[in-house]
Design a protein around this ligand. Sequence first.
Ligand code: NAD
Length: 389
Amino acid sequence: MIIEPRIRGFICTTAHPVGCATNVQRQIDHVVVKGPIESPRKRVLVLGCSTGYGLASRIVTTFGSGADTVGVSFEKEPGETKTASAGWYNNRAFEKRARAAGRIAVTVEGDAFSDAAKAQTIAAIRDNLGEVDLVVYSLASPVRTDPKTGTTYRSAIKPMGEAVRSKTLDTGTGAVSEVEIQPATADEAEATVKVMGGEDWELWVDALREAKVLAPDFMTLNYTYLGSELTWPIYHKGTLGRAKADLDRAAAAMRERYGSESAFVVALKAVVTQASSAIPVVPLYGTLLLKVMEEMGLGEGCIEQIDRLFRVKLQPPLELDKESRVHVDDWELSEAVQAEMGRRWPLLSSETLAQHADLDRYRREFLRLFGFGLGGVDYSADIDPREPA
Ligand code: NAD
């Protein structure tokens, strides 16, 4: 079949196998060209390994520091006439290239929140790596079923306390408009913490430890977004921010249990991913950020951020903020970038968007997540969607 993008709201329901593989290869090339990364951590578990920051983490540890990996992600398999999820093609493309480079790469596809996926992953670690010395937690999901109670929680991305009015962008039409987002109820806030907070992170680390597949000097990382006052009302001070604050709690609890160097939250910059495109206000901020940072020569996507995390920020001695977080969002939150963001934000409207921000680039990056719009790919070719590249 000829595979074309089919966009519904903020997701694309198709993915291109060759385009996804090209995207994976482009990220591998980025790391390889920069040369090896010094790291003692050679056996890595990546939770949420198939797209965005998780995929970049798997690529950087494998092709930068020569690590063997087990990855976990949630995917849709392909059929004769339907494409798989982008992550499924990314996983296959990554495994093929990692194995060709002599590395072990095993992927468990299932619901990472479930006890079954944890058991399957522990078996995969035992069989293939023996134990892991780094666990990267990069899951982004709108829903989680608590394995102990069977209750399913859905996150609600809303402000806390009061309604928030903000500009927002329809990335399909390019229209900038005002939205009023009503505050979360106490139940919605609690559910968001259940889904995106630190509980499952701790369950994973405790289960790995219990099963004796964690090296004694292991480290675990979880990714957060702090952002600036332009997005604080909807993000940092909203339900998502509350869930992210729970990561700081979980990291501190694990440092108590497992040692002062064991668990850290890493603050990353806003990038275009499947998860971030679903958050109100963030795509408008993102289109502006793309242009401002590019103009200042500071543009970074997932692979550049994670490469800098491992190549620079995780090298000892670790530089931590007062919450013990590692920061790779330093360029986004620099005074120069935020001053320019703050200057342009009030000027944004449907009419001025093209002048101040870069919606075309945002759309290109969004399509690329699904393997579309990559150079060197023949999109007119008749392709079997069951064949990864
Ligand atoms: P993403 O949507 O690109 O990736 C999410 C990953 O989680 C995918 O591999 C997906 O398969 C996996 N996943 C989702 N539900 C799952 C489940 N039930 N079981 C197994 N796997 C599951 O997201 P992302 O933007 O890379 O986000 C990863 C982390 O980075 C999140 O914690 C996010 O808050 C954080 N972060 C993102 C940004 C950003 O701008 N995108 C900025 C800072 C921090």
